[in-house]
Design a protein around this ligand. Structure first.
Ligand SMILES: Cc1cc2nc3c(=O)[nH]c(=O)nc-3n(C[C@H](O)[C@H](O)[C@H](O)COP(=O)(O)OP(=O)(O)OC[C@H]3O[C@@H](n4cnc5c(N)ncnc54)[C@H](O)[C@@H]3O)c2cc1C
Length: 460
């Protein structure tokens, strides 16, 4: 068993962990990043499948994501805009596809008025919330003990309005059934993107992509750390106390003054803590769970929908594939669509054979783009639910009542153990931007703590 010593050990080589490690290095501290997988990036993973470059994990960048934008610029990466010229498609309760342009999709005028009115109300509520402290809102408890679906249904009995309003933070973002999380959790999701209106605006939230793929952010961050990033090192146990921490993997022991747990909170319990974490963390971590969504990649000889005057943007709360977009790579002659199948629908299609699932999913895509959608040259499903070191997608959120009950303790260090992950973020919550913010924060807190404690021995 090899033994190494560093100032700080970081568990997880995703965007959060690698950001923290780089900051700590810049502050003159030694680091080791222990990564369970045989690659860096975690939920950022750009790969070539049957000759097509696919963003298996996160990919989009939105204008308010300053931490991510700064990282992209600092790492010398280039961005490009999502294709969005032409008409979008909405499939209504009648199962018919309707083309539209602009922000408002085609529903009856009365439904449109209800959606506009409730959106305004939601924007006002979101404006009152500090995304970094949603539990501090005077109505936090009230809003955390009503489900998102129930609250919407208290506002209107227009089912189409409810489904469309619920969809933005539910199916499309937290990727959980809308009866399983609270109004407060939904407001946090919206607040983390600036407003509810921002979150429903695909041109805002899905604005840009990185040429060559977003995984280059963690890849380039890792390059700077060289041999201090150790792959295939799942941390099995973490001893901690006043004198620091010792992490043990299958073939390595790393001692340090501080540790950062930089992975999804649902995986904390995979590590044996010695002594156990405090009661509060034991309880709190059980109330966080991952959402679940299948990201479907469909590659075609050409972006055929563009010839039909379609932008590729399509959605429907009534469809198996609830949203889909033109995801053609920069400079690629072929056309790529990306679609999403969320929560209970994802459970349902995983009951089917791979062939039947593909057929059902392409059938749904054909409702937006016509039968041409069935003629893929490459078809691939990102299934993060099967990934041992992630266990769902996109990220973790609290169950009913959990956010106001535990939220304030989410990021609080336990002795020498600090926490950083997109799933703990306020601004940028559940996004790469949030992961980077949390990486910066954990590193800054450790630098402060080390400065306050005075010098001790460190390094190899
Ligand atoms: C399909 C999909 C689409 C998404 N789309 C977008 C998008 O378009 N835009 C956006 O901003 N965000 C998107 N996201 C979310 C975004 O990818 C994540 O929020 C972000 O990458 C999380 O970064 P992280 O560093 O916090 O955690 P992770 O990326 O999960 O990294 C944690 C790392 O820790 C490792 N690890 C876990 N346990 C251990 C252990 N015991 N020992 C050692 N290592 C361990 C894991 O292997 C992993 O590499 C998407 C996510 C998915 C899955």
């Amino acid at each position: 068993m090899a033994e190494i010593t560093r100032d700080v050990l970081i568990i997880g080589a995703g965007a959060a962990g690698l950001t923290a490690a780089n900051d700590l290095r810049k502050a003159g501290l030694s680091v080791a990043v222990l990564e369970a997988r045989d690659r860096v990036g975690g939920r950022l993973w750009t790969d070539v499948i049957e000759g097509a470059m696919l963003e298996i994990g996160g990919q989009w960048v939105s204008p308010d994501q300053d931490a991510l934008k700064d990282a992209i610029e600092e790492l010398g990466l280039e961005t490009y805009s999502r294709f969005r010229e032409g008409e979008s498609v909405y499939v209504g309760p009648d199962g018919q596809s309707h083309r539209f342009t602009g922000e408002m999709f085609p529903v009856a005028p009365a439904t449109e008025a209800v959606i506009a009115e409730i959106t305004e109300r939601l924007d006002a509520m979101v404006a009152e919330i500090d995304p970094d402290r949603p539990w501090a809102h005077p109505k936090a408890e009230e809003w955390d003990t009503v489900t998102w679906d129930a609250w919407l249904r208290q506002q209107t009995d227009d089912d189409e309005a409810v489904r469309n309003l619920a969809f933005a933070t539910g199916t499309a973002m937290l990727t959980k059934p809308t009866h399983s999380f609270s109004l407060l959790q939904s407001l946090l999701m919206a607040s983390s993107a600036g407003s509810y209106s921002n979150l429903v605006d695909a041109d805002f939230i899905l604005d840009k992509r990185v040429v060559g793929g977003l995984q280059q952010v963690p890849l380039r961050l890792a390059e700077r750390l060289g041999d201090d990033v150790l792959l295939n090192q799942p941390v099995r146990s973490l001893e901690w106390g006043a004198n620091g921490v010792t992490a043990t993997t299958d073939d390595l022991t790393v001692s340090a003054r501080y540790a950062i747990l930089a992975h999804a909170p649902v995986l904390y319990s995979r590590i044996s803590f010695v002594p156990p974490l405090p009661r509060r963390q034991h309880q709190m971590h059980q109330h966080l769970s991952m959402g679940f969504v299948i990201k479907v990649h469909a590659v075609y000889e050409t972006p055929f929908w563009r010839e039909q005057g379609l932008s590729g943007t399509a959605f429907s709360p009534y469809e198996l594939v609830h949203e889909a977009y033109d995801n053609t790579n920069h400079g690629d002659e072929r056309g790529t669509l990306v679609g999403f199948v969320s929560d209970a629908n994802a459970d349902g299609v995983f009951e089917l054979s791979a062939e039947e699932r593909k057929e059902r999913i392409l059938e749904s895509l054909s409702h937006y783009y016509g039968d041409g959608a069935k003629n893929t040259v490459v078809y691939y499903e990102s299934d993060w639910g099967s990934e041992e070191w992630t266990r769902g997608a996109y990220a973790a959120s609290f169950d009913m009542g959990g956010l106001h009950r535990y939220g304030a303790d989410l990021r609080t260090p336990v002795g020498p153990i600090h926490f950083a992950c997109s799933d703990l973020a306020g601004a940028g919550y559940q996004h790469v931007d949030g992961a980077i913010r949390m990486g910066h924060l954990a590193a800054a807190n450790i630098v402060d703590a080390i400065r306050d404690a005075g010098p001790t021995e460190g390094g190899d």
